[in-house]
Design a protein around this ligand. Structure first.
Ligand SMILES: N[C@@H](CCC(=O)N[C@@H](CS)C(=O)NCC(=O)O)C(=O)O
Length: 243
């Protein structure tokens, strides 16, 4: 049964596309995957058709075997269970990995996302009003960076020497550290991990979904402006609607 993937070229979207490509790399018997791009700038996430798939109106989402799944980390866990590979051990070692998916969803994603929004997407907010949230989210991001740096002391990946769904969930946010201006340069193991994960062929293909090949690592000024515009409309207090 084919998989329908609803996504966009954003950190949460790349988690799902990296997963698809890493499953292929791991030799999983993955069915055909149909990719549907949701135009966040256009407000497609608020359409009735997409809301029926994901009541939370955010990408990514998948439909497989008639079942719709929302939340990127739930999608990683679902796909890992449906198509078993070392990306998620399914015996008791699962519990070395799954808590880090929850950690990403509850801590790293929201903190990096908020830091990014205040850094790049809120030009209409007076600088003085941004000071407190910027400091707050930056401090919290630095706390999370320190946790990752210490995780990587003993092994190459977040949960051991095997690359897992935990790495997939965390990497797209951390690799965008220059865009979110979360300084990781004083965390050498984390910097090396960003490069180590980037070097994987599955990751290379996964982050190319929705992005021209020559802009995978370095966005053009035009793309940065597009992201800024889309981010600004999402971060705005004026509700965005499907057009
Ligand atoms: N916790 C969710 C977050 C999903 C999320 O925030 N997606 C963003 C793109 S990275 C989105 O769809 N934003 C559109 C909006 O907020 O209107 C997940 O991990 O799937």
């Amino acid at each position: 049964m084919a998989i329908d993937l609803y996504t966009a070229a954003t950190p949460n979207g790349w988690k799902a596309s990296i997963m698809v490509e890493e499953l292929k790399e791991a030799g999983a018997a993955l069915p055909a995957v149909s990719v549907h791009t949701i135009d966040l700038r256009n407000g497609d996430q608020f359409s009735d058709a997409f809301t029926a798939i994901n009541a939370n109106q955010k990408i990514p989402a998948i439909i497989h075997d008639g079942r719709a799944i929302m939340e990127s980390c739930a999608i990683l866990e679902y796909l890992a269970e449906q198509f078993p590979t070392p990306l998620l051990p399914l015996d008791e070692r699962k519990w070395d990995v799954v808590p880090w998916l929850y950690w990403q969803a509850a801590n790293l994603g929201p903190t990096f996302g908020n830091k990014l929004s205040y850094t790049r997407y809120m030009d209409d907010v007076e600088p003085i009003k941004k000071e407190h949230p910027l400091t707050r989210f930056n401090n919290e991001a630095q706390r999370l960076v320190a946790i990752l740096e210490s995780r990587l002391e003993a092994h190459d990946f977040i949960c051991g020497n095997e690359f897992t769904v935990a790495d997939i969930s965390i990497w797209p946010w951390v690799r965008g550290w220059k865009w979110s201006k979360v300084d990781i340069t004083k965390s050498p193991r984390l910097m090396a991990w960003v490069d180590r994960v980037r070097a994987r062929p599955g990751v290379e293909r996964g982050i190319a979904y929705g992005v021209p090949k020559d802009e995978i690592d370095q966005w053009s000024a035009e793309r940065k402006a597009q992201y800024a515009k889309s981010g600004a409309s999402i971060a705005s207090n004026t509700p965005q609607k499907s057009t």
